[in-house]
Design a protein around this ligand. Structure first.
Ligand SMILES: NC(=O)C1=CN([C@@H]2O[C@H](COP(=O)(O)OP(=O)(O)OC[C@H]3O[C@@H](n4cnc5c(N)ncnc54)[C@H](OP(=O)(O)O)[C@@H]3O)[C@@H](O)[C@H]2O)C=CC1
Ligand SMILES: CC(C)(CO)C(=O)C(=O)O
Length: 320
């Protein structure tokens, strides 16, 4: 593993709320590139404070022997950009975690899967201080302060407008994109965050859900004719949900996601990893909220509903 020295630039100051697979990886990349980054930790606090972060990455391993580690948000400096990389199941903590850390003119960037979290955060910090990012990455925290990045890495970044009205490409999005680019992370612009969130669900709903219910990796799910067909039906329902909000997802996109899964290294989805570790599943963000949104627009998504009901059962039983 190579050790990188860091040099702090006088630029935007970053906070990372939730230093796991996603927060640990992107936060470490930003610090490695010289940005001033402050990490909020939970169980790994003492370890990371004493030993820093280790990143094993397909693009090159590195360690950060010293990071700004905190256990309480009140001890953190106010930051320009606050990256939320908790599991959505911990978002109920955000009313306590965010206010001490976000500058008055700062912005919260939610790097999480699912739908609806921006609306919740807008209630806390105001709708003009929220952005969302969809992470196209395979990353995992394999030990305290130890992240393994095994594939992909881009983020699709979109600005949030009240009620998910499309914001187009804003200056602050571009500024953050420049920082991430400098850190070697590809940023894809989203002009319409709601459309991007529905599109990401085209993959997450079938594969996160089925991997848990059927106890299978992506390669097995895509190789079998029955499960591939089920995945395609579920994808089509996501397309119908998006259409209820006038977000058209092209039929070729479904095919593209199926082809991508064929080519992917066999992958244990993050929901399956959580299930195996008996951690709470992101059932509401990834399934419950899209179902609610679709229902509000008068659309039922019956196969997704079936998946949701089974996941709720498994999640409850798993944690008993
Ligand atoms: N991993 C991946 O490849 C991908 C993940 N995503 C999405 O990204 C989001 C983050 O997932 P991921 O990084 O995998 O999850 P992780 O579980 O790896 O990271 C979440 C981190 O939040 C920390 N945390 C929990 N509670 C607190 C608290 N009160 N204060 C401070 N930190 C806390 C956890 O620490 P502790 O364990 O000590 O409690 C953990 O390190 C999810 O929405 C996921 O669906 C999207 C695409 C790919
Ligand atoms: C599709 C994948 C696995 C990687 O891009 C992902 O984004 C996820 O796990 O949510």
């Amino acid at each position: 593993m190579t050790q990188m020295t860091t040099q702090t630039r006088q630029q935007r100051r970053y906070a990372v709320i939730g230093t796991g697979a996603i927060g640990g990886f992107y936060g470490a990349k930003l610090q490695q590139a010289g940005f001033d980054v402050h990490f909020l930790l939970n169980r790994d606090y003492q370890w990371v404070r004493d030993r820093g972060l280790v990143v094993e990455s397909v693009n090159g391993d590195f360690t950060l022997p010293e990071v700004n580690a905190y256990q309480q948000p009140q001890k953190m400096p106010k930051c320009d950009v606050v990256i939320v990389a908790l599991k959505t199941t911990a978002n109920y903590l955000l009313p306590q975690l965010l206010p001490p850390v976000v500058k008055d003119n700062g912005v919260v960037v939610l790097l999480q899967n699912g739908l609806g979290a921006e609306e919740e955060v807008a209630q806390i910090v105001g709708s003009n201080r929220v952005m969302g990012g969809l992470c196209f990455i395979c990353s995992n925290k394999i030990g305290p302060g130890h992240i393994r990045h095994s594939d992909y890495g881009a983020i699709e970044l979109g600005d949030y407008g009240e009620g998910y009205r499309p914001r187009g490409i804003t200056d602050r999005m571009q500024a953050i994109a420049r920082d991430f680019n400098q850190a070697g992370i590809t940023i894809l612009d989203s002009e319409d965050l709601l459309a991007s969130r529905w599109k990401k669900l085209v993959w997450n709903i079938p594969f996160n859900g089925l991997s848990v219910i059927l106890d299978a990796k992506t390669d097995a799910l895509i190789a079998d004719r029955a499960t591939r067909c089920l995945a395609e039906d579920l994808m089509q329902e996501v397309v119908n949900g998006a259409a209820a909000y006038d977000r058209a997802i092209a039929p070729e996109f479904v095919q593209e996601m199926l082809d991508k899964t064929v080519k992917m290294k066999p992958y244990l989805t993050s929901m399956k990893l959580d299930y195996d570790r008996r951690q709470p599943l992101e059932v509401e963000a990834i399934f419950g909220n899209p179902l609610k949104k679709a229902a509000q627009a008068g659309v039922r998504l019956p196969k997704i509903e079936t998946l949701y009901q089974q996941l709720v059962f498994l999640d409850r039983r798993n944690r008993r």
